[in-house]
Design a binder for this molecule. Structure first.
Ligand SMILES: Nc1nc2c(ncn2[C@@H]2O[C@H](COP(=O)(O)OP(=O)(O)O)[C@@H](O)[C@H]2O)c(=O)[nH]1
Ligand SMILES: Nc1ncnc2c1ncn2[C@@H]1O[C@H](COP(=O)(O)OP(=O)(O)O)[C@@H](O)[C@H]1O
Length: 195
């Protein structure tokens, strides 16, 4: 039992918005057979976002009810929207998988670290502000969203030194390769033959 608990890991992808956390997390998640913990959010879905895949998109009142019931492990407000992780989701995923991953801002990452300690590995991704701005624009994000994201840039960047690992992300393939190598020490690869 103790040995199994030791194997359980929570991989947190953090860093400024637009640094590539989601793109890298999806690739690395597949390699290790890790399950993503999907957050609940009160913001509206953007074009292309899928409910239950990107987020659980819920009404503000529903979020508050869940919060009152004590369902959230952590809950934060970002630019007027509420974001939270349900405790039950982590427990359920852990009953079938040894490792899970999340994409969180610095606040969420530090709350999880406080709760789960050594089980949490924080991977900090970053790129320079100009590159991030260009990426977000070519991704088609609205100008007001880009501006809000950039307004958090310096604060998010200041979290780098607190994280277990940090990766500059300019070449997606290279970053994914480096993160996969770094995670080998914590996780076993999903060695299922996909041919
Ligand atoms: N603390 C915390 N942060 C979250 C949660 N879900 C998402 N985030 C982060 O909060 C920020 C949300 O920004 P948003 O404009 O919605 O960008 P998105 O990354 O495209 O969804 C991003 O940095 C997310 O990674 C959560 O449940 N808790
Ligand atoms: N190394 C990279 N080179 C070029 N574009 C990238 C790279 N990494 C991510 N992107 C692009 O940048 C945008 C933001 O990436 P995303 O993974 O959504 O970031 P985050 O989850 O950190 O906000 C996306 O359009 C993505 O395709």
């Amino acid at each position: 039992m103790y040995e199994r608990e030791e194997r359980k890991k929570i991989i947190v992808f953090t860093g400024p918005d637009g640094s590539g956390r989601k793109s890298v997390a999806e690739a690395v998640g597949q390699t290790f057979g890790m399950e993503k913990i999907i957050s609940f959010v009160t913001r509206l879905p953007r074009p292309g976002e899928v409910n239950g895949q990107d987020y659980h998109f819920i009404a503000h009142a529903t979020y508050r009810e869940m919060e009152e019931q004590g369902e959230f492990l952590e809950s934060v407000e970002i630019d007027g929207n509420l974001y939270g992780i349900r405790s039950l989701d982590i427990e359920n995923k852990f009953s079938h998988h040894d490792s899970v991953y999340l994409i969180l801002n610095r606040e969420g990452a530090s709350i999880l670290k406080k709760i789960y300690g050594d089980m949490v590995i924080r991977l900090f991704l970053y790129a320079d502000r100009r590159t991030i701005e260009q990426r977000e624009r070519s991704r088609g994000l609205a100008e007001d969203v880009i501006a809000k994201h950039l307004s958090h840039y310096d604060l998010e960047m200041s979290y780098r030194g607190s994280c277990e690992h940090a990766f500059e992300n300019y070449d997606l393939g290279q970053t994914t390769y480096e993160i996969t190598n770094a995670l080998e020490q914590y996780l076993q690869r999903d060695l299922v033959d996909k041919d």
